[in-house]
Design a binder for this molecule. Structure first.
Ligand SMILES: *Cc1c(COP(=O)(O)O)cnc(C)c1O
Length: 230
């Protein structure tokens, strides 16, 4: 068995345990294998081992891989920082974009999606830990951004995403995952028309179990599947 297969089996089991131990169904949690800086060959191995969802961070690297591997070989998630001038390519290549953090970017995605007759799935990225150099909208501005996005006809807003700081002790991230879920509930309670924040994209190799306990529906895992990146 390949090491990727072994790692995947282990992670899937851990997801199952984390979900069931807090009364959730394991199929409510999607595993997104984060393959940034990993070769085409390795990504192909992951698909062969049963990976359905792949996460990529860098547009140029991603399109080179997707052109070879094929758009239909997996569900492709864009999880890196996206500049408006790359929105066209992102819309062409990705099934879902996790990192929308401004109205300007959302409008550009909407425009590009309209051009090719697509409804682009997105998530709004929230800078939940209020870090200066991190992408994401502030908690305070999230409602306004969600509200603005809800009127864009070629975007389907699916939920919220966050990336707390790295802690060697994953319990320390719990507070941030709780905050993202509370923010989602707060926005939902305000009853915006056509807004359904079904997804919470949160949790990485180090802290995905805690994220699942706090309601993650998508966990983004790289290192634990593919090993350390160069
Ligand atoms: C790299 C990355 C991940 C995966 O991180 P690991 O610690 O390797 O699991 C998840 N989410 C985002 C946004 C990333 O950039």
């Amino acid at each position: 068995m390949s090491s990727i297969q072994t790692n995947l089996n282990k992670i899937s089991k851990q997801i199952l345990i984390a979900a069931t131990s807090c009364g959730r169904l394991p199929d409510q949690v999607q595993l997104i294998a984060v393959s940034k800086r990993k070769s085409v060959d390795i990504v192909k191995q992951a698909i062969k081992a049963g990976v359905l969802n792949l996460g990529e961070n860098y547009i140029q690297e991603a399109i080179e891989k997707i052109d070879i591997i094929g758009k239909d070989a997996a569900c492709w998630h864009f999880i890196g920082h996206l500049q408006s001038n790359k929105a066209r390519v992102a819309v062409q290549y990705f099934d879902i974009i996790h990192t929308v953090d401004s109205h300007k970017l959302a409008k550009e995605i909407n425009k590009q999606a309209q051009k090719i007759g697509k409804i682009q799935k997105i998530l709004v990225q929230v800078n939940i830990s209020d870090e200066k150099n991190k992408s994401g909208t502030t908690r305070e501005d999230t409602f306004e951004l969600v509200s603005a996005i809800s009127s864009l006809e070629h975007i389907s807003l699916q939920g919220l995403m966050c990336m707390p700081p790295y802690f060697s002790e994953p319990e320390k991230a719990r507070h941030y995952f709780k905050q993202l879920k509370a923010l989602k509930q707060d926005i939902m309670a305000r009853g915006l028309e056509n807004v359904f924040l079904d997804h919470l994209s949160m949790g990485m190799s180090n802290d995905f179990k805690v994220a699942i306990e706090e309601g993650a529906t998508m966990v983004r895992i790289g290192t634990s599947i593919f090993g350390e990146r160069d």
